[in-house]
Design a binder for this molecule. Structure first.
Ligand code: OGA
Ligand code: ZN
Ligand code: ZN
Length: 404
């Protein structure tokens, strides 16, 4: 095993082009590296250690032969590389970066050499400690505190990257954010959404008007109260983030209700583990139809990831179709749904507010359920505009702001 020490601190710190537009500040230096064939071990100046598999390093080589210099995408073909990829040498370059040499890939071919920027390497370290540090966690709600929903100012969102980042970070981490101070005019929702990207069109259009209609095709277009729900549960891919912009809210009633879906799901797991398991595994049927469409999907009420963490909720009473389930699970499913529904109605998971004209809620439709109190249209005009944003575009915008 060859060990090489770091170069002296006063060496000039150049950077290695990793063909990655994200920023990767060099906030730690490599103190030493050692090469053990299938792994390269990097010791950092803060005492942390990273171990990189030779195959991972080879796969992430950023040289012009391995990563397209303009497209910035991988051109290295792992499938054509030797079955066993071995690093034969590793050293710290002047400037503090890593160079790795691999076993020759074909007889007579010189060994491939790859250079890795130390900042990039540290940001991509996949040791347990690094993955734990990087792991994203939703910020748990304390519905009794004034921090929910966090609020942002319209002008800051529209005029500065800092304001925009604040809005999107709250959406990502809290799952809900209230924007204030917008002009209370129809169409403003689309201008705000334009700070992120195009909105996601659905069978209701790109921007839909939530008003009480004489011939409604959806419960939202009536004055009746709406139980906590997630939107478009009948779609294979329900929308990620929902925007609800208030143009007018003069009628008596019509308060907005927001529900901490993750909190309610955890409470169900605690109080009724069998019910939770059933809702997390048994797909149920959803449907919306009108004169122009008939959109159906089947999915579990609670989606959990491989680690058992709740990732999304689908719950919508008026979009639930006639359930098509094995006879033996019909009754337990109804019981579990009812138990979950009661938790969704529990004030300890809810926040209530009445939207003012020029205010807009943005929330994570996989995490937060929303509802509304009934309103009396004879007492005044109520007009909201709604629409959806893809998570991919929200997170991309945040990363672009971070890039600077
Ligand atoms: C909706 C909805 C809530 C409201 O349109 O999806 O839930 O306050 N509206 O009208
Ligand atoms: Zn290469
Ligand atoms: Zn809704």
């Amino acid at each position: 095993m060859a060990t090489v020490s770091a170069v002296a601190d006063d060496e000039r710190i150049g950077r290695i082009d990793m063909r990655d537009l994200a920023v990767y500040p060099m906030d730690h230096r490599i103190a030493a590296v050692s090469c053990g064939g299938d792994r390269v071990t990097v010791d950092w100046d803060d005492g942390r250690q990273s171990r990189f598999h030779a195959v991972w390093l080879r796969d992430n080589c950023a040289c012009p032969a391995c990563r397209h210099p303009q497209a910035l995408e991988r051109s290295f073909l792992l499938v054509d590389a030797p079955e066993v990829i071995r690093a034969t040498a590793a050293r710290v370059l002047p400037g503090g970066h890593l160079e790795v040499e691999f076993e020759s890939e074909a007889p007579g071919e010189p060994p491939h050499r790859s250079r890795f920027d130390a900042g990039w390497l540290r940001r991509h370290c996949y040791s347990d400690w690094a993955r734990a540090e990087r792991a994203w966690r939703p910020r748990p709600w304390d519905t009794g505190s004034r921090s929910i929903p966090p609020t942002v100012d319209y002008r800051a969102v529209m005029n500065s990257d800092t304001g925009l980042a604040e809005w999107l970070t709250a959406m990502r981490d809290w799952g809900v954010v209230l924007l204030r101070g917008a002009p209370a005019v129809p169409g403003e929702i689309q201008r705000i959404a334009g700070r992120v990207g195009p909105m996601r069109p659905t069978n209701f259009g790109t921007v839909y008007d939530v008003v009480s209609l004489p011939n409604p095709n959806a419960s939202a277009y009536t004055p009746i109260g709406l139980e906590p729900h997630t939107d478009l549960a009948n779609w294979r891919r329900p929308p990620d983030y929902q925007l609800l912009f208030c143009v007018a809210n003069e009628a008596v009633g019509g308060d907005s209700i927001l529900v901490d879906g993750y909190g309610a799901a955890e409470a169900l797991r605690e109080s009724d583990p069998d019910g939770f398991r059933l809702l997390a595994t048994q797909p149920i049927d959803f449907r919306f139809h009108d004169d122009g469409c008939d959109i159906r999907d089947r999915a579990p009420t609670i989606e959990v990831d491989a680690e058992g963490q709740v990732v999304s909720i689908r719950f919508n009473n008026w979009l639930r179709a006639a359930l098509d389930l094995p006879e033996s699970v019909m009754e337990p499913t109804y019981r579990a749904l009812r138990g979950f529904w009661k938790l969704l109605r529990d004030p300890r998971f809810q926040i209530r507010l009445k939207l003012e004209p020029g205010e807009m809620l943005a929330f994570d439709n996989a995490r937060v359920l929303h509802g509304r109190a009934p309103f009396d249209p004879s007492t005044g005009h109520r007009h909201l505009q709604g629409g959806y944003l893809d998570r991919d575009l929200v997170l991309s915008r945040l990363r672009l702001i971070e890039r600077g």
